[in-house]
Design a protein around this ligand. Structure first.
Ligand code: UD1
Ligand code: CA
Length: 519
């Protein structure tokens, strides 16, 4: 006992079982690599191990899809190692193989199924603490569930002592009525586990070595074992198929949303808000319905995100407003505005109070403080200076078919509607460009660039070439009615035509009207 306590003070060993194929998933991906809210099932288990048992020596048993699972372990838990179980001969066999690679291990060995992603840190801690306190050879986590189908049932004697675990397929009809199930999380004394595993049989419906049989063995040898009931049965749920996984995902969503609301985040519709466990939110963030915050996304104080928005690996600044947007690996500055209907792709960075408006796509775009790209625009690989306004329906033409090039627009520029900026090109500080321009050459600071065909009106064309049509009749009425008044005068006036003058001086005040277009 005393020796046991000394050993137990050392970091424990954790064995995570992840060698099974998970046939019922009907997937080319190993079951434990299916995800819920930003982590794989296995990733959740490894994360809870890291939180509850920091410094533990963790070994993951891999088998089906071993390379894929091993790569994943290396990525999410680099301190963990893997052991190959080439043939999946049962959970007991998996643990036996792992222990064979750990001959020196003593003290606590914690065994976790790789498919119980909702297990909480506090529960794992108390499972281990209770095991230690009682000085047991084995402790298992159990729960009373409404629907125990498919799970191992916990057998107890009249006086309540645990006498064993029976798998559903090996259970009698009476045993199947038991609603206390084995969760697949255990603590063992290493020596007791090692000795017992070498003696368990394969005399069961599946002909496998069941880890669960260790308990009846230990009991037969008079070693102390017991069950630890989880307070929240959802923590013990496993997922064997995609429908069960969806159920667990919804439970985790509710748990995550609840925690954020308790820490000061407003979530208007928790049922349609999906926040990965890896996301960070500050108080007074407001999340509108149907919003997905994923990966390493962070949202700062007072920002409003949604409705109908996805942010993956994005950073949303304080007080920003993001409406009906899809954002991937982009930064939205403080009090910036995005959407409705905007797509921010990787490398996009909006400075404070910048705006990306409706039907705008941006990629690799640096948008300066207070700069605006309000409507119908593609900003590919561009730097836009502070206070600049980009006209509606602009394309930053970044691709020559082989290479990508950048466009630079200076500060406080005003570019006209329906421009093409054919990169590489730069527009100077304070410059203007005329509506409908295709800008292929640099524009000096303060210049007005006009790059479009001059307008030509062919008078009377419709009456001559479309005689008898409604258009021809309408034109005739207009031309005869007011003695050729209003519309003719409009056609002859400066307006757009004026702006396409020679460029050095010609454009009067009218040209200024042409640059902006819709604001
Ligand atoms: C297991 C338990 C059952 C319990 C349930 C909880 C046994 C015999 N049964 O059943 O009592 O109620 O979990 O969810 O343990 N694995 C390996 N190698 C193998 C077989 C399985 O690594 O040879 C891994 C799987 O990848 C999985 C875990 O062990 O992560 C559990 O295996 P699974 O087949 O899902 O066991 P269940 O039938 O769910
Ligand atoms: Ca299972």
């Amino acid at each position: 006992m005393t020796a046991g306590l000394v050993l137990d003070a050392r970091p424990p060993t954790v064995i995570v079982l992840a060698a099974g194929e998970g046939k019922r998933m009907r997937s080319s991906l190993p079951k434990v690599l299916h995800s819920l809210l930003g982590r794989t099932m296995l990733g959740h288990v490894l994360a809870v191990v890291d939180q509850a048992l920091p410094g533990a020596r963790t070994v993951v048993v891999v088998g089906k899809g071993a390379d894929q699972v091993s790569d994943h372990v290396a990525a999410v838990a680099p301190a963990a190692s893997t052991v190959l179980q080439a043939e999946q001969l049962g959970t007991g066999h998996a643990v036996r193989i792992a222990l064979a690679e750990l001959p020196e291990v003593a003290g606590n060995v914690i065994v976790l199924n790789g498919d119980i992603p909702l297990l909480r840190e506090a529960t794992l801690r108390s499972l281990v603490a209770e095991h230690d306190r009682a000085g047991r050879a084995g402790t298992l986590l159990t729960a009373e569930v409404p629907d125990p189908r498919g799970l191992g049932r916990v057998l107890r004697a009249e006086d309540g002592r645990v006498t064993g675990i029976v798998e559903e397929r090996d259970a009698t009809p009476e045993q199947r009525d038991i609603r206390e199930i084995n969760a697949g999380a255990y603590v063992f004394d290493a020596q007791a586990l090692r000795g017992t595993l070498s003696r368990i049989s394969t005399d069961n419906d599946q002909g496998e070595e069941y880890l669960t049989d260790v308990f009846s063995q230990l009991i037969a040898e008079g070693r102390p074992v017991a069950a630890h009931q989880a307070g929240d049965l959802t923590e013990t749920l496993g997922a064997n198929d995609r429908a069960e996984l969806a159920g667990l995902r919804a439970l985790l969503r509710d748990r995550v949303n609840q925690a954020w609301m308790c820490s000061g985040v407003s979530i208007i519709d928790p049922a349609t808000t999906w926040i990965d466990v890896t996301v960070g939110l500050e108080p007074d963030v407001l999340v509108e319905p149907n919003t997905h915050l994923r990966g390493t996304t962070t949202v700062a104080e007072g920002a409003v995100v949604g409705p109908d928005t996805t942010v993956l690996d994005g950073r949303i600044g304080a007080g920003a407003v993001v409406v009906r947007a899809h954002i991937v690996n982009a930064v939205v500055g403080q009090r910036a505005q995005v959407g409705p209907f905007a797509y921010l792709r990787p490398g996009t960075r909006l400075a404070a109070r910048a705006k990306i408006g409706t039907f705008v796509e941006a990629k690799g775009a640096e948008v300066g403080e207070g700069a605006k790209v309000p409507h119908l625009t593609y900003v590919g690989d561009a730097t836009i200076g502070e206070g600049t306004n980009i006209g509606a329906a602009t394309v930053f033409v970044n691709y020559d078919g082989v290479h990508k090039h950048r466009t630079t627009v200076g500060a406080h520029a005003r570019t006209g509607a329906d421009n093409m900026f054919v990169a590489p090109v730069s527009i100077g500080d304070g410059a203007y460009t005329a509506a409908g321009s295709v800008i292929t050459d640099d524009v000096p600071p303060g210049a007005m660039a006009v790059a479009r065909g001059r307008q030509r009106n062919v008078e009377g064309w419709v009456e001559r070439r479309r005689a008898g049509t409604a258009s021809a009749e309408a034109a005739k009425r207009a031309l005869t009615a007011g003695d050729g008044g209003g519309s003719e005068a409009r056609g002859a006036g400066p307006g757009v035509e004026g702006a396409s003058g020679s460029g050095d001086d010609g454009c009067g005040p009218a040209e200024v009207r042409t640059e902006g277009g819709p604001q």
